[in-house]
Design a protein around this ligand. Structure first.
Ligand SMILES: CCCCNCc1ccc(S(N)(=O)=O)cc1
Ligand SMILES: [Zn+2]
Length: 261
């Protein structure tokens, strides 16, 4: 009985490494970023972000979020610099949000939650031939995360918001062109960066995360438009697309680095 109790206690006390063995994940995302524990790295240069609005193709409701998808056959919409060894091509961007304003973002800053979070998803086109190959590869993806806070209406976002009723249902798409995602990048380019994973299946550990320190603002009506989308396809029970965020994961043996710009 003593041995069994000790064994049980060891498992319980060591739950995180136990989880790692079970789930096989030692670098899962999202995480809570504790600013006081992040390491200022003077070698982190500013990100170089350059997007071509003509690469914007369509919006797709995939039943989890709405994805704004880009033509990645050219080298016009790319991010490089900062923690990135290569240049990464923009494939899509999407958001995560809550049913209420007190939740929604995937990453948190000192446990502070934002009502929504933007993810700009890029893949390493120097090392891999396709996005799908990069998803399953070390250093395959670079995702820029931008927090959204409620305040003034975001004029650049309104064009996207106006198109959302056309993709209300899961599996719907609508043509969407000439949108410049640069309008959603904060003017302050300070960021945190850490090695992580996709936050939805297959949750592969192939992502270099770059989380912008400053949020952008958007309006209540714009957030309501996100919440009017549906998880469910036409003809099925209506389920509002809300709370499509993952819980924060253990930091394990990782360090979050911060810029000093
Ligand atoms: C195998 C096909 C997977 C398509 N989905 C990839 C994907 C999932 C999550 C994120 S996120 N939320 O970590 O930015 C980006 C891209
Ligand atoms: Zn995401």
């Amino acid at each position: 009985l003593v041995n069994m109790t000790l064994f049980f206690l060891v498992c319980l006390l060591d739950q995180q490494s136990w989880q790692t063995q079970i789930q096989g994940g030692s670098r899962q995302s999202p995480i809570d970023i504790r600013s006081s524990e992040s390491v200022h790295d003077p070698q982190l240069t500013p990100l170089s972000i350059s997007y071509d609005p003509s690469d914007c193709l369509q919006i797709w409701n995939n039943g989890y979020s709405f994805l704004v998808e880009f033509d990645d056959s050219k080298d016009n919409s790319v991010v490089s610099g900062g923690p990135l060894e290569n240049h990464y091509k923009l494939k899509q961007f999407h958001f995560h949000w809550g049913a209420e304003n007190n939740r929604g973002s995937e990453h948190t800053i000192n446990s502070l939650v934002y009502p929504a979070e933007l993810h700009l998803v890029h893949w390493n086109a120097e090392k891999f031939r396709t996005f799908d190959e990069a998803i399953f590869s070390e250093n395959g993806l670079a995702v820029i995360g931008v927090f959204l806070k409620l305040g003034r209406k975001h004029d650049g976002l309104q064009k996207l918001v106006n198109a959302l009723p056309a993709v209300k249902y899961k599996d719907s798409t609508v043509e969407f062109s000439n949108f410049d995602p640069s309008c959603m990048i904060p003017s302050c380019l300070d960021y945190w960066t850490y090695p992580g994973s996709l936050t939805t299946p297959p949750q592969t550990e192939s992502v270099t995360w770059v989380i912008m320190k400053k949020p952008i603002e958007f309006g209540d009506d714009q957030l309501s438009a996100f919440r009017s989308l549906l998880f469910t396809p036409f003809g099925e029970k209506l389920e509002n697309m809300v709370d499509n965020f993952r819980q924060q994961q253990p930091l394990m043996n990782r360090v979050v680095r911060a810029t000093i710009l």
